[in-house]
Design a protein around this ligand. Structure first.
Ligand code: SAM
Ligand code: SF4
Ligand code: SF4
Length: 351
């Protein structure tokens, strides 16, 4: 592996395009499936109880295995990496992995999605290791609503301290992800926006998705982005911003009064499969080409029976070439409740 920082800007040797001509740009890496929260929309406590069997260490990819897959993906066009989970900060050695990822030729953006509980203690080390940006998931600033949405485990002050530490460490622009559920946190959204206006942090309001099989998703709990947009506009006029890059999932708006940016992620009411350039790697090495996939490809098996780097790149390339996923465009929200296929769970692939 090269240690020359200049190489990090080298382009991919070949760019993979899928069956719908979409390039492979992003790889999301779930480092472990465990979490210190039990958000009911992701890991409901009655399913993920004290006896639930998470992956054993031997079942999880090692850092060397993750680095090999990330290098192969970079050689096919991946330039953006995102660490996720479960909760990635439960992995105490994460800076070591980040250091390795930062040296991969072609990778120019490394981000992490976290619930923020353990961020204050780790932000500085992660930034020093080469992490560029952080997204913090924070559904409400109302303490009762926040506690409920974290499954009774979150401490709001700790998350806010984590956001401050990440900002001080330069892990910016920092994004705040808010999953909006009707009757749960929708009435607290404007307060949250007000809190972050003028801070430079970008709040993104996400429609509650029918991902996985265990969160009891119902269409009537989804607050369509358009409704939220109308509500926000009525308080603070907004103007539409261009995409930062093709395939960006959030529709971007700026507050007309100059107090910052806000995003809407509308995967239920306004899907964005047409530009989707993301692959997702679970902690046990299964590669998924769609958030709603019902199966993926086991790369851990290939690695552990001795595939060399060229073989690994070929396997990845074949997976991407055959990809035709566009779940959100094909499903109609009104029939999604009746979907019978077992889909991968969010905590395995990290959003
Ligand atoms: N634990 C970390 C966190 O919460 O940021 C990383 C993993 S979490 C699965 C990644 C993102 O997925 C979070 O922002 C979370 O809010 C979002 N998410 C989980 N389940 C969801 C659902 N059913 N609909 C929409 N977003 C969801
Ligand atoms: Fe954990 Fe993140 Fe899922 Fe919440 S959304 S249960 S913090 S993995
Ligand atoms: Fe991408 Fe699948 Fe989501 Fe469509 S449904 S945007 S293909 S992850």
């Amino acid at each position: 592996m090269s240690t020359d920082p200049k190489e990090a800007r080298e382009p991919a040797t070949r760019v993979a395009r899928d069956a719908l001509q979409r390039p492979l740009h992003d790889l999301r890496i779930s480092v472990l499936d465990q979490c210190n929260f039990r958000c009911p929309y992701c890991m409901p406590e009655d399913e993920f109880h004290a006896d639930y069997e998470f992956l054993r260490r031997s079942q999880r990819l090692t850092y060397d295995e993750i680095l090999r897959i990330a290098r192969a993906a970079a050689s096919l066009g991946v330039s953006k990496l995102r660490l996720t989970g479960g909760e990635p900060l439960l992995d105490k050695n994460l800076p070591t992995l980040v250091e390795g990822l930062a040296k991969i030729p072609g990778v120019d953006d490394i981000a992490m999605t976290t619930n923020g509980m353990l961020l204050a203690a780790n932000a500085g080390r992660l930034a020093a290791a080469g992490l560029h940006r952080v997204t913090v998931s924070l559904d409400s600033l109302d303490e009762d609503v926040f506690r409920r949405m974290s499954g009774g485990r979150g401490d709001l002050n700790k998350v806010l301290e984590g956001i401050a530490a990440a900002t001080a460490a330069g892990l910016t622009p920092l994004k705040i992800n808010v999953v909006v559920q009707r009757g749960v946190n929708d009435r607290t959204v404007l307060d949250l926006l007000e809190h972050f206006r003028g801070t430079g942090h970008i709040v993104r309001l996400i429609e509650f998705m029918d991902v996985g099989n265990q969160n009891g998703w119902r269409l009537d709990q989804v607050v369509p982005s358009q409704q939220l947009l109308d509500k926000v506009q009525a308080r603070w006029p907004l103007r539409r911003l261009d995409q930062n890059y093709p395939g960006e999932v959030a529709r971007r708006y700026a507050y007309v009064d100059g107090e910052g940016e806000i995003g809407f992620i509308s995967s239920v009411t306004d899907p964005f499969c047409g530009d989707c350039s993301r692959a997702r790697l679970s902690a046990d090495g299964v590669l998924y080409t769609c958030l709603f996939a019902n199966r993926g490809t086991d790369l851990r098996e290939s690695l552990r029976v001795g595939a060399d780097d060229e073989e690994l790149t070929d396997v990845l390339s074949q997976i991407w070439l055959q990809r035709g996923d566009r779940y959100s465009e094909l499903r109609r929200p009104e029939v999604a409740e009746a979907h019978v296929l077992r889909k991968v769970e969010m905590y395995r692939i990290g959003g």
